[in-house]
Design a protein around this ligand. Structure first.
Ligand code: PBG
Length: 339
């Protein structure tokens, strides 16, 4: 069958027909909101390269969650910005570390929200690398001990999921073992399995105050040229006990996402990173692009490429826009607003 009997435009004629034919549905439950947590009280600091994103003290983060939850957000990922950094990343596993304090407060106020803790050391190390450094080198196995300790501390603070993002070999196994040994067998692991050494993290390093003081992260994060290697990373992380895996960044790596989603039977996340957000914001700020449409199209396409959920700085706006779109469709259909 082909033209003129086959006409794909038939199903594009009205919004309701397009709704029936739609293959990918984005929902607020698909979105994870990143939160940057500082110590102190009453702090809400704007991040220059990420308009609309803030570093919050715990009390302010809890406050910001009220409208976020009203929009439909059900999951957050926490990044800590400690007061002081050192060579042991002691702020990462302290019982009263920034992430631990925030996780407790969020869980106390909103027990139904899934709390994910980013598990990395770049924000806590004075040199800004994601692991223990000796003679200018990032040590793998010494870092695993810190990862294990940090995971247990985050779990004890009530985090539902720990998300190791340091790209150390064996980190998932080390964390799973430590969690189980401390009676935290229910704490899940979301592995940043295929995390690339990307220029798109630029604004995040402003936000988290975590740029490396020497060199770059290419000796542990992946080469953007590699896809086969991403499959090995994901496969190893699943063997080591990852409950979920992640591809990061998202937009420039949709092929990786597709391959991972097709090949493995665990939930797959995508991280739409700071640079992806900043590009849309910057172009929209100049009137060159429609922020809402560009952001929603990006998120939808990330899901179409295979993501089960997306970490995005647009999470709250996107959840609200999804609600508004659903309401608009409802009134378009001619029904009265229900109670
Ligand atoms: C820490 C970490 C980074 C991001 C998430 N966790 C930065 C990095 O690896 O340099 C980037 C997130 C973003 O750009 O939004 N390891």
């Amino acid at each position: 069958m082909s033209f003129p009997s086959e006409r794909l435009r038939r199903l594009r004629r009205t919004p309701a027909l397009r709704g029936l034919a739609r293959e990918t549905i984005l929902e607020p439950a698909d979105l994870v909101l990143p939160l940057f947590i500082r110590p102190g009280k009453n702090e809400k600091r704007a991040i220059k390269s990420m308009p609309g994103v803030f570093q919050f003290s715990t009390d302010q983060a809890v406050k910001a969650l009220v409208p976020a939850i009203a929009s439909g957000i059900r999951a957050v990922i926490l990044f800590g910005i400690p007061d002081k950094k050192d060579a042991e990343a002691s702020g990462a596993y302290a019982a009263d570390g920034v992430v631990q304090v925030a996780a407790r407060a969020i869980k106390a106020k909103f027990p139904g929200v899934a709390v994910i803790a980013d598990l990395c050391f770049c924000e806590y190390m004075d040199h800004g690398h994601c692991g223990v450094v000796q003679k200018g080198e990032v040590l793998n196995d010494a870092t695993l001990e810190l990862s294990a300790k940090t995971a247990v501390s985050q779990a004890e603070a009530g985090c539902d999921i720990v998300a190791p993002s340091g790209m150390m070999d064996g980190q998932v196994a080390a964390i799973r073992k430590a969690l189980d040994a401390s009676g935290r067998e229910s704490t899940a692991i979301l592995a940043y399995a295929a995390k690339y050494a990307s220029a798109f993290y630029g604004p995040f390093r402003d936000a988290a105050e975590s740029p490396p003081s020497f060199g770059d992260r290419s000796s542990y994060q992946m080469d953007p040229a590699n896809l086969r290697e991403a499959m090995r990373e994901v496969s190893l992380d699943i063997q080591e006990g990852a409950d979920m895996v992640m591809v990061k960044p998202a937009l420039a790596y949709l092929d990786v996402l597709r391959r991972v989603a097709d090949a493995f039977r665990v939930p797959c996340a995508a991280y739409s990173v700071s640079g992806e957000y900043a590009m849309i914001k910057a172009a929209a700020g100049r009137g060159w692009i429609d922020e809402r449409r560009a952001a929603m199209e990006s998120l939808l396409c990330i899901k179409r490429a295979g993501a089960d959920f997306v970490i995005t700085y647009h999470a709250v706006d996107a959840a609200r826009w999804l609600r508004e779109a659903a309401d608009a469709a409802f009134s378009r259909a001619g029904s009265r607003r229900g109670k």
